[in-house]
Design a binder for this molecule. Sequence first.
Ligand code: HEM
Length: 174
Amino acid sequence: MKGAIIDAIKDLVVENFGMEKWMDVLENAGLPRTTTFSVRKDVPDETVLAVVESISRTLNLSPEEVADAFGEYWVTVYMPKVYKPYYRGVTSARELLLKMDEIHRKATQNIPNAHPPRFEYRWEAPNVLIMKYKSPRKLMAIFMGLAKGVGKFYKTPLQVEQISEDEVRITFPE
Ligand code: HEM
């Protein structure tokens, strides 16, 4: 996966728990305490998953808590800083979520070996969106954490619930 993901995870852990804890996370994931990741390079999926899993163990958080914290951080802090252009002209949670398929295609088109997630959309009611998450990685908890993060960024109270193996129902306030 693109190094940006693990870079954001590192920032989040260091800001909230300190550098020592981040090093503990690395060690518990079977990596040297001084490991660094380049934002531009690819990091193997297994490494990213080992680190996420280690965060949950080392910091005593449930996988959902890790996913929600990551989702909020990625969408409200890291992305607006690093991927600013994608937010330009987007004024609501609804619009940003509807742009996700296109954003992932564009953000990864020049990266060899990138396999971005794809999304399909279907409206169940004027304020109820079914979003299908298509990725062989099956990071459903992370996907849901990110969708909730979009709500936080636009200060829109969203309800996000999983309705099948690869679909969530997102209810916007009326
Ligand atoms: C401007 C906003 C965003 C940008 C630029 C962005 C970009 C990226 C990039 C570059 C990757 C790595 C892909 C790869 O290495 O193959 C990724 C992964 C991912 N993104 Fe985003 N992302 C954004 C927002 C979101 C949001 C809001 C969601 C969910 C609603 C989301 C869902 C995911 C998931 C679940 C993955 C993990 C990889 C997978 O499932 O296969 N992203 N994103």
